[in-house]
Design a protein around this ligand. Sequence first.
Ligand SMILES: *Cc1c(COP(=O)(O)O)cnc(C)c1O
Length: 426
Amino acid sequence: MSDRLPGFSTLAVHAGAQPDPTTGARATPIYQTTSFVFNDADHAASLFGLQAFGNIYTRIGNPTNAVLEERVAALEGGTAALAVASGHAAQVVVLQQLLQPGDEFIAARKLYGGSINQFTHAFKSFGWNVVWADPDDIASFERAVTPRTKAIFIESIANPAGSITDIEAISTVARKAGVPLIVDNTLASPYLIRPIDHGADIVVHSLTKFLGGHGNSLGGIIVDAGTFDWSTGGKYPMLSEPRPEYHGIRLQETFGNFAFAIACRVLGLRDLGPALSPFNAFMILTGIETLPLRMQKHCDNAKAVAEFLAGHPAVASVSYAGLPSDKYNQLARKYAPKGAGAVFTFSLKGGYDAGVSLVSKLQLFSHLANVGDTRSLVIHPASTTHSQLDDAAKVKSGAGPDVVRLSVGIEDKEDLIADLEQALGA
Ligand SMILES: *Cc1c(COP(=O)(O)O)cnc(C)c1O
C-alpha cells in the first residue's frame, strides 16, 4: 500500500464504503430496515447510553446513511457528518443545538429564498431571531453581533446570483465574536469550495442539488469541522452541560472534536425526527461518485452560456462570477479557481414581462424550482421563489423583477445556447 493520501475523485468514489462483509456486494447496499437486533442486553444498554457506537433504529442512524455521512465528511475535510431528510432539515437541526429561545443568529441577506422564509417565519416561532447582514459589507456582520448572537450563517456561492462570499473575512468576525460560522455549501459543492479550509466550523448542504445531482432525491447533511470549542462560557449548553437524556454525560467532554455531529444526531435528529430514507442515501451516494466530472462540466457550460448572454442585445446584464468583468471575479479566483458554479442570474432589458416570456419560450431548459440537476433549469425568481418578498427586499437579495436565474446542466453547450437564442430572439 502506498502512503499517498487519496485525492478528491478517489474519495468521491470510495470514502466510507467497503465491500459488504456478509455478501461481498460492491455497491453500498440499501439497508431498508427500521431496526437492528442487539447482541445481548448489555450491548443494547451500552448503545442507548452512548457508550458504544452501533445501529439501533433508522431514525437515529442507518448503515447506508453512514457511508454517505463518511463520504461527505471526507470530501469536506470535516471530522464527522449527519445526513437528514432535506437541506432545510439540516438547518433546523444545526440551529436547535446552538440557540435557546430569545437568542439571535446573523445571516447573510443573499440566501436561497426558502432559507429566507424559514429564518424569518418558522424560526421566529421557535424564538430564534435572525439578524440580516450584507455579505458584500463585512462590517455589517460585526455591527450585528450582540451578547445573544450564537452563530453566523452564510452561503459560499449565494443564491440566486451566484455571488461569491468572502468566507475568510466573515470567519474572522465569527472568531472574534466567539460564535461558529455555518456555511451552506450547496451551490459550490466541496469540488469547487471547501469552506472548512477557509474557517467554517459547520457546513450544511441540500444534497438534493449538486451532490445528488440528478434531480431525483431530497436530502440534507451537516458536516462538523471539529474546530469549535463549545465549552466556553456556558454559551452552548446542549454541548457543554450534562444531558439528562443520557445519564448526565457532557457531549463536548465525551466526544471532543465530533461532539457537534453527535449532538445533531442524538439530540436533534432523534427528537425532531427528519431522518433520511436509506433509498435516498443510496441515490445520493451514486450521484456523488461522478461529482467531480459533473461539476466541471456544469461550470464549463455555465461559463459558455454566460459569455453568450453577455453578448446578446436583449440582455441588460449578466451576474456570473466566472466572467472577468464580474464584481465577484476576484473572490471567484481565490475561492473557486476550478469554476464559479452553474447557478447565476441575468437581467433582461424588457423587465418583468420579458422574464416571464423567456421562461415560457425555452424548450431545453425546464421551468421549475430547483438547481443542481444534470438538466438545465430556469426560473424567474420575482414571480416564484422570491415572490413573497417586497420589491426592495427582492432587489437586495438579487431577485429584482427583470432577473432570470439559470442552473446550467451537463448537456452540450451548443444546444443550450441555441435554445436561449431562439427564446430571446423570438
Ligand atoms: C435547495 C436549497 C436549500 C434547501 O434544501 P432542501 O433540500 O430543498 O430542503 C438550502 N440551501 C440552498 C442553497 C438550496 O439551494
